[in-house]
Every structure is written in C-alpha cells, then in structure tokens.
Ligand binder design. Structure first.
Ligand code: SF4
Ligand code: FES
Length: 391
C-alpha cells in the first residue's frame, strides 16, 4: 500500500475571538491572539507578562470560554481556560466579553483578589496606574462578603530603593521572574505556602541588584513602590515625557519615561506599551538600570524626546491637553451646511414659561390651558386678566 501523504500543517491558524477572526502563528496563546485584535477583546492579565518567561497561570483574570476547540475537533471545552497559557488551534472559537460565564467568573476572581487586598488606594502610590484598581472598577462589587480578618504581615525592609507592602501583593510572581531572569543575583522569592505565602528576602537581605528597580515596574499593584518617589506626588499631577540618555550599563536600554512636574523630575520608569508591559526596542525588552532610575533625577541628564502617549482612558492623561485632537465638526454636514443654532429664545419656540403668566398666583398645579392664547392675552386698559387684575 502506498504511503499516505500527510498534509503539511497550515502556516497560520484561524482563530475567532468574540466574533472577530484573525490568522495567527501556531503556538500563539489565546491572550496574545486577542491582543492582536486589541481593545476589549483582549482579556485582562494580572500575572502574565510577555517579556518574562514562565509567567502567567496564577491569577485567573484572563479566563475565557472555548466554544469550539478546533476545526478537527469542534467540541467546546467544558471549563473556562486561562488564555495566557492556552495556545490556539486552527478553527478555534473563543468567547471573552461575549460570554456571560466569563464575565461572571472574572467578577468572582476579582472578589477573591480583593479578599486580602487592602482598599487603601487613597494613600497608595500605585493609585492611578494600578491594574487591580482598574479591574475592580470594571468587575468589582461595592461590598465584600468576607467576614474574617485580612492577612497582615510583619513589615520588611528590602533595601534602600524599593518599599514592600506585602498586604497589597497578589502573588503574581512577576517580580520573582524579573529577579531571576534579568538580574544575576536573586535574593527574594515567595516563601511559605497557602495563606502564609509571602514575598520576602532570605534572610532579611537588601534587594540591591543593578536592575532590581524593574521589579517595581512589573508589579501590577502597589506592593513594590519606588522609595525615592513615595508620597512626593500623585502620578496624575505629573507630566510624563519620553527621554533617553547614553547609558553605559550593559543591558540598560537608556530609554525611559520621566515623570515631571515643572522642571523637576520626580520619577524615572521604563517605557510602557499599551498592555502596561515594558516596551521593546530592537526586539528586546527596554529594561533600565538603577542608575538611570534612581540617580538621574535632573532633566539635564536626559535628552527629552516629547510627551508620552497616554491611553485616553487613563487618569494620568487628565488635564493634559497638549496632544488634544479636536474632533471634526459634523453638525454642519448633517444640517446641509447650516450652522447649528445654539442659543435661542425659549419664548420663540414654546408657549410654556410665558412671562405674562405668574405661576405663583395660580392656586393649583399649572395646566396647559393656563398657557393658551386666551390665557396669555395681555389685557387692555380697563380689562381684567385671568386672575382678576385690572390694568
Ligand atoms: S510584589 Fe508585586 S510583582 Fe511581586 S508577586 Fe507581589 S504583586 Fe506580584
Ligand atoms: S494572566 Fe492568565 S492566569 Fe494570570
């Protein structure tokens, strides 16, 4: 019998997410396929970070429904799947915001994340740029059903640059992956298990590696914040600008965002992409060193390129009108070239509110008849009006 000739696998897979079909490379995760579509179709991700190997699969905020597994096996998957860890198949059909099951599960995940997270946004340095704050606005409940005490931890000093607030940590492991993958000296990790699991150094060591500041940028909540910026300013009062310097530290891209107020540089961070991850330059993640981040707080140290593009939904863009795009005027077009009449005298177009009617003198609720022509007829000399007044 002649050998069967196997068909070559397709170079791209067709996947449909929330009724939008795209072609992606085999091996792409559902989350990354959805990011290629963009907008609300992309599930939220609190632990996945595309630039950190092994990240994802911890927080469950990215759950989606697989309505059809593939063209070859179109059965739906019985359980919701973590989109950051599930790769697409040819002909797969996925539901994210079009699935009530997904939205319900996401509300539940947010409720779980908030069980131990303190609601201290008004005093938290991450407020305004916190992924959990955004998520709870979209999926959170007003109240909590949890009746037990929240977890508390002994405060731990992890060094001169980074403040650890363990009560805010959601154990996403991103900072551990940063320390493991981009520094050569990881001294912290998740210690203990279950309800006692915590980010900590072993044993009370200072996190002082040259690239340790990047842990602050990947933390999705306010568990790791910049000690040199704490309580100095609210991010929405600062103006972010893109800048670069000729940094000689190997591995530092030298491209950063300066958070300025007037001429003062309050904070230096990596540049972020639309998914809140560090931007890539020449195909490599644009991490910055601690010298750029903590020691170069003078505008003269940097070459400013221009204003940072901020999402129009972000509170950080509030009151910053420099890049405002005035929308095209469409009213004239709709009104066949006529300019809209924005101010008009209400008495010209309506009989109500007639100045000759004194509502305070009607001893009952006003009625349309009170504004009829006869009622509003101004009485002549010697005539009496509807209230019996004589001119
Ligand atoms: S400290 Fe932040 S980045 Fe690290 S595990 Fe906790 S939430 Fe994640
Ligand atoms: S982003 Fe997928 S499980 Fe956290």
């Amino acid at each position: 019998m002649a050998d069967e000739i196997k068909a070559a696998p397709p170079a791209t897979f067709k996947v449909t997410i929330d009724n939008i079909t795209i072609d992606v490379k085999p091996g792409t995760t559902i989350l990354n396929a959805a990011r290629q579509i963009g907008g609300d179709v992309a599930p939220p991700a609190m632990c996945y970070y595309s630039k950190l190997e092994g990240s994802g699969g911890k927080c469950r905020t990215c759950l989606v429904e697989v309505a059809a597994g593939s063209t070859a096996d179109p059965r739906p998957m019985p359980k919701l799947v973590a989109s950051c860890r599930t790769t697409v198949m040819d002909g797969m059909v996925v539901k994210n915001i079009t699935s009530d099951r997904v939205l319900d599960a996401r509300n539940g995940v947010v409720e779980f994340l908030l069980i131990n997270h303190p609601l201290d946004c008004p005093i938290c340095d991450q407020a305004g740029e916190c992924n959990l704050q955004d998520l709870s606005y979209n999926h959170g409940e007003e109240g909590t059903r949890y009746q037990f005490a929240r977890r508390t931890f002994v405060k731990e000093d992890i060094g001169p640059y980074i403040q650890l607030h363990m009560t805010r940590c959601i154990l996403c492991y991103r900072c551990v992956f940063v320390a493991e993958q981009i520094t050569n000296k990881r001294v912290h990790g998740v210690v203990d298990r279950g309800d006692h699991a915590a980010i900590s150094t072993y044993i009370s060591r200072a996190v002082d590696n040259d690239f340790s500041g990047n842990m602050i940028d990947v933390c999705p909540v306010g568990a790791l914040t910049d000690k040199t910026f704490r309580f100095k300013n609210r991010v929405w009062f600062t103006k972010p600008v893109d800048a670069h310097r000729n940094c000689q530290t190997p591995g530092c891209c030298g491209k950063a965002t300066l958070w300025m107020r007037g001429d003062e540089v309050f904070r230096v961070t990596t540049r972020k992409d639309p998914w809140g991850e560090v931007q890539s330059f020449d195909g490599k993640p644009g991490w910055i060193c601690n010298t750029c981040r903590f020691d170069k707080k003078d505008a003269k140290d940097w070459v400013v390129e221009g204003l940072t593009t901020i999402s129009r939904h972000s509170v950080i863009g509030t009151n910053k009108y420099e890049t405002l795009q005035v929308p095209a005027e469409t009213v004239k077009e709709v009104m066949k070239g006529q300019a809209p009449k924005l101010l008009m005298n209400i008495h010209n177009v309506s009989e109500v509110n007639n100045p000759n009617i004194h509502l305070s003198e009607i001893d009952r609720p006003a009625h349309a008849d009170d504004f009829s022509e006869s009622a509003t007829h101004t009485p002549g000399q010697g005539e009496s009006d509807q209230f019996g007044r004589t001119n």
